[in-house]
Design a protein around this ligand. Structure first.
Ligand SMILES: NC(=O)c1ccc[n+]([C@@H]2O[C@H](COP(=O)([O-])OP(=O)(O)OC[C@H]3O[C@@H](n4cnc5c(N)ncnc54)[C@H](OP(=O)(O)O)[C@@H]3O)[C@@H](O)[C@H]2O)c1
Length: 244
């Protein structure tokens, strides 16, 4: 065991780029040790190195959230090095299928999307839960989307027949968030879903109105740093509740 009892440790999935990378930066800027995970070893190592060059405490571990063996390998590596984990950010996500009509959707592709966006978060949570339970202040943040809201603006009721895989995966992730919060209600672990809002993680999206990445990441970090009497089983954007 290399850690000290007071060391705060966070783990972020899908963190080689985009919001996950920025969340690692903002959490590490709080003084904690961040485990940056990515499915591509080279990209993950490079991303962690970049943050270490900013004098932040960031460690890389490989993790493909869609792969059971990879998740087991990660949990074994964590158990060998740490006796607790304080924050889990289920950020890895894929397939914003905004042009795909529901009736023509490739169901295999939908399955892959669910395997990452829903089951990925689920299997990683299960795998690290023993370590999270050893934390004094466990926090789980599922990075969701307003696209998975039923009644919110640009949610499922407003989308027509497009975005089936992504919207359904995020609606299911929201449901999982509620279920986990109920399962963990006797613990100190708070579980919430957060929508970062339309965020400029790809070139050209800023011109389409996307917000800067640090702004999108801030709402996720807020949910990771909630006080003990903070909400659980909620869905938020910019610290404000979103409709399911
Ligand atoms: N950006 C937005 O406007 C927006 C809005 C609402 C919600 N969100 C949500 O925010 C999260 C991050 O989005 P983003 O914009 O930062 O997306 P992004 O730039 O495409 O990053 C997604 C990350 O997830 C990783 N990933 C995908 N499949 C994975 C797997 N099986 N195992 C591990 N990592 C995997 C990707 O790795 P590779 O590089 O290897 O593909 C990448 O690091 C997602 O859950 C997304 O749905 C984003």
């Amino acid at each position: 065991m290399s850690d000290q009892p007071s060391q705060t440790i966070a783990l972020v999935t899908g963190a080689n780029r985009g919001l996950g990378f920025e969340v690692c930066r903002q959490l590490a800027q709080q003084g904690m040790t961040v485990i940056l995970t990515a499915r591509d070893r080279n990209k993950g190592e490079q991303a962690a190195q970049k943050l270490r060059e900013e004098r932040l405490s960031v460690i890389f571990k490989p993790l493909d959230v869609a792969d059971d063996a990879s998740v087991i390998e990660l949990s074994q590596a964590l158990n060998a090095e740490w006796d607790h984990l304080d924050i889990l950010i289920n950020n890895a996500g894929m397939n914003f299928d905004f042009q795909q009509p529901t009736l023509e959707a490739d169901v295999n592709e939908v399955q892959q999307t669910l395997n990452t966006n829903l089951f990925g978060a689920w299997r990683v949570t299960q795998a690290v839960l023993p370590l999270l339970k050893n934390s004094q202040q466990g926090r789980i943040v599922n990075v969701s989307s307003g696209a998975g809201s039923f009644t919110g603006p640009r949610g499922i009721l407003e989308q027509g027949d497009r975005l089936p895989a992504y919207a359904i995966s995020k609606a299911a992730l929201n449901a999982l968030t509620i279920k986990l919060s109920r399962s963990l209600k006797e613990t100190s672990i708070l579980v919430n879903a957060v929508c970062p809002n339309f965020t400029a993680t790809y070139p050209g999206t800023e011109q389409m109105g996307a917000r800067p990445v640090p702004e999108g990441a801030a709402g996720i970090v807020w949910a990771a740093l909630l006080p003990d009497d903070g909400p659980t089983g909620g869905f938020f954007r910019d610290q404000q509740p979103l409709p399911w």
